[in-house]
Design a protein around this ligand. Structure first.
Ligand code: FES
Length: 358
């Protein structure tokens, strides 16, 4: 026997294509498409996103968190995932009002979607230290200019290669990386690894950075210019996207960056080396990374130095800075070798405070 519950006046409901509606603890996604109403569960099969707050793509309700789709009347997943169903309900219209029968609910059926390749088990391949260099300087691609931070990074990379180290260089300025869209601020569960954008946009290249940090690299050198007392905007672009790595510590108890060593190259025309280093070290510490002794080299000519052309000349010709870039690689290499050769890989960390996770 049906138990019809009133949702509202059809004339009002038809004003919006998709509405979230709750009856007790049951969340519903009420839709109106091409003159027809549909009611399905308001809870997504993936990680519980609010379908009623989503959008419509033809006959499909699109989840606002990671864009999985469910038919607005049947609850079936989009073609290819039809058996991945959210519950759907019988409805009726009487006297200009829409009613739902909660007892008529069809079963939820979760069909596993293929896991993203980045979620594979982390297993370091045997071999020597693998170094990833990340250039964060921003410049006009058609008219590239000299960059002090890139200059020192290149010296570091050449030195690493001369030590027999495998290296990879990522120039963020040449990559298509979307800015973080803040899914975490909708709900902790909405932030997944790899991040939502990587899972939905094959043109976004952050996947390469995730692969390098989580699976390929042992050691990392990040070079940045100082812009208004802070690191480069391109640095912050990847840092915000790497929030999904850090959130795995707190949301899922997963430690993705094991035994990774980070060093920094920071150059700025004027000031604020220590603040930039502090912010960058703080971030990578939160990800569980290790640092060599004296984890950064840096250069700034001071607040009053407005003569940038002399700054460039100084970095180009400075033997101590150029030697310093090589020495930084040596320290990173030593620490990475210790980490790889030691037993830290197998340690289990007790959860203390909110960060360290089993
Ligand atoms: S797509 Fe709905 S919660 Fe992820």
């Amino acid at each position: 026997m049906a138990d019809w519950i009133e949702i509202g006046l059809t004339a009002n409901l038809a004003q919006k294509t998709l509405t979230e509606f709750s009856i007790g603890k049951t969340k519903l996604a009420v839709s109106y498409v091409n003159g027809e109403f549909g009611i399905i569960s308001g809870v997504c099969n993936h990680v519980g996103g609010p379908l009623g707050e989503g959008t419509l793509d033809a006959d499909y309700v699109v989840c606002p968190w990671h864009f999985w789709k469910f038919h607005h009347k049947t609850g079936k997943g989009e073609p290819g995932f039809a058996e991945d169903k959210v519950p759907s309900y019988n409805i009726k219209i009487e006297d200009g009002k829409l009613f739902v029968d909660l007892d008529s609910v069809s079963k939820r059926n979760k069909l596993p979607h293929a896991p993203h390749p980045l979620t594979r088990k982390i297993a370091r391949k045997p071999g020597g230290v693998r170094l990833v260099a990340i250039s964060t300087t921003a410049m006009n691609k058609d008219f590239p200019r000299y960059s002090t931070s890139d200059h020192l990074l290149n010296i570091a990379l050449d030195h690493a290669a001369s030590k027999g180290c495998e290296t990879k260089l990522f120039k963020l300025n040449d990559m298509n990386i979307r800015t973080c869209e803040g899914y975490y601020s909708k709900s902790a569960k909405a932030c997944t690894f790899p991040c939502s954008i990587t899972q939905i946009d094959p043109t976004d290249e952050m996947e390469k950075i995730y692969e390098a940090f989580v699976h390929w690299g042992d050691a990392f050198i990040i070079s940045t210019p100082i812009r208004w007392g802070a690191a480069s905007s391109l640095y912050f672009k990847i840092v915000e996207r790497m929030n999904s790595i850090q959130n795995q510590e707190t949301i899922a108890g997963k430690h993705l960056l094991k035994n990774k060593v980070v060093g920094l190259i920071i150059t700025g025309g004027q000031d604020n080396v220590q603040a930039v280093a502090g912010s960058m070290l703080g971030f990578f510490a939160e990800l569980g990374c290790q640092f060599p002794q004296f984890p950064y080299i840096a250069h700034s000519r001071g607040w009053s130095a407005e003569d940038m052309e002399n700054n460039v000349k100084y970095v180009k010709e400075s033997k101590s800075l150029n030697d310093g870039a090589c020495a930084l690689v040596d320290r990173i290499f030593e620490m990475a070798s210790l980490m790889i050769g030691g037993n830290a890989l197998h340690q289990i960390f007790d959860k203390g405070g909110r960060k360290a996770a089993r």
